[in-house]
Design a binder for this molecule. Sequence first.
Ligand code: HEC
Ligand code: HEC
Ligand code: HEC
Ligand code: HEC
Ligand code: HEC
Ligand code: HEC
Length: 350
Amino acid sequence: MKKVNLIYLLSAVLFGVMLIMASCTKEGPAGANGANGVDGQDGEDGIDGQDGTATCVQCHDNSQVMFAKVMQWESSTHATGGNFERNGEACAPCHTSQEFLERIVTGSQTSSVINNPNPPNCYTCHNIHDSYTPEDWSLTTTAPVTIWINGVSTDQGNANVCVECHQSLVPDPIPVPDSKEDITIGSPYWGPHHGPQGAVMAGTGGYEVGGGYTNSMHSSIVENTCITCHLATAYGIQAGGHNMGMTYAYHGHDVVNSAGCVECHDPEGLETKIEETKDEIDGLLGDLRSILLTQGVLDSSDHVIPGTMAMDQAGGVFNYLYVLEDRSGGAHNFNYTKKLMENSIASLSD
Ligand code: HEC
Ligand code: HEC
Ligand code: HEC
Ligand code: HEC
Ligand code: HEC
Ligand code: HEC
């Protein structure tokens, strides 16, 4: 027992001595600071972020160009005509912006009903807010157009976007010139509809009884057809530019905006030329109309009288409405529209 205690005591003493010795080795005062190290190499600059509106301002700038186009459009029949409420399946493809954009992709002539319909506007003809760059002024279509009523293809350049809508509807039934059969028409609204201009320009789509059909110079030499004449330098907001109308009131009478004509026509005498052409077309329209009224196939409000009639009578009504609704007084295609009426008059006078 004593021996164990002694060893225990000795080791406790030894441990105590070690502790004292350890606590006696004290640290000295801190030395002077070392010299500064060499500077490290600079890091690479980061890439600047893109200005989110850099491309926007190429259109949304202070040049007032867009404002002018908006003003012209706001006063146009496209904006004010009101017929875009015709948003049903047979009408929406031309009367609403949304269905137009759909059908130039699908090629369909009918659609579903369009809710919140819009009239033809910036987004109908331009690819606005597609890439958000000025590239978006490009037109939504420039492809040649297959005319609905007869499948004829026409290429009027940048005006193809206009021709897509400004063509006749397909009447049911379609009158066929070579057939000598009678035809039965069920509705007073039968006919080519209101806007056949694109097909008239191309010299197609009428009821071509007889022969001798030719086109006016306008149908071949006016580049981008509609655009040259209708989108010429604007006269305020009444005509030209994005109003797209051809006439404006000047000192109480309507004048044709000749800004797009003068590259080819001498302004001197142009008004007379327009008048003479219009008088000739109006004269033929009057002659054809009285024949159709006398034969009891047209009523006094220019609607067909439903019933069974000779093919040439239906064709006569069709041609009458076709030229009437073209509304250019022969400016679109004088030769073609003149011949359609002359031949219809001849076919009904035999
Ligand atoms: C190709 C030219 C063009 C470019 C590029 C463009 N816009 Fe537009 N923007 C238009 C046109 C055209 C309208 C319709 C004008 C109107 O109705 O007054 C419009 C309308 C707008 C409107 C009004 C709201 C609307 O949708 O009708 C806003 C906001 C707008 N743009 C923002 C922008 C921004 C942001 C950018 C860039 C990221 C941009 N735009 C790039 C042409 C452009
Ligand atoms: C989406 C179909 C569509 C397109 C594309 C279109 N139009 Fe129209 N246009 C119409 C409709 C529909 C009206 C009649 C609007 C109404 O009565 O509500 C009209 C009316 C007009 C009128 C006015 C007629 C009047 O009585 O005052 C002119 C002129 C015209 N369009 C020319 C053009 C030209 C030129 C282009 C091509 C740059 C064009 N349109 C493209 C559908 C279209
Ligand atoms: C192929 C395209 C197209 C289709 C489909 C179409 N329209 Fe039109 N419509 C036009 C164009 C283009 C005009 C403008 C013509 C003009 O001003 O010379 C127009 C004009 C009109 C007008 C105004 C006529 C006037 O004298 O002011 C009415 C009303 C109308 N359409 C009704 C309809 C109805 C109803 C339907 C459906 C059954 C329909 N449209 C289908 C292209 C179309
Ligand atoms: C009915 C079709 C149509 C509508 C609607 C329309 N445009 Fe245009 N726009 C055109 C055509 C066609 C051109 C001429 C293209 C050419 O020079 O061949 C054009 C040209 C332009 C240009 C010149 C583009 C360039 O390349 O410098 C501007 C800007 C413009 N339109 C703005 C507008 C604005 C803003 C709206 C709406 C308020 C609008 N457009 C509505 C058909 C349309
Ligand atoms: C050679 C020039 C010329 C070309 C090309 C032309 N038009 Fe016209 N357009 C006229 C003239 C002139 C009138 C008759 C103006 C008047 O006396 O009322 C007219 C009348 C019209 C009208 C009747 C309403 C109005 O503004 O007087 C419409 C709609 C129309 N054109 C659409 C078109 C379309 C769509 C195209 C292309 C397919 C086209 N035009 C091509 C010169 C042209
Ligand atoms: C690219 C050239 C060109 C442009 C643009 C043009 N014309 Fe013509 N026009 C002609 C030629 C060529 C003829 C046939 C020879 C003649 O009668 O002077 C013609 C003929 C006519 C005729 C006689 C009927 C016919 O078609 O044969 C009228 C009317 C007419 N133009 C009016 C206009 C009006 C209005 C405009 C502008 C809105 C216009 N033209 C734009 C070249 C053009």
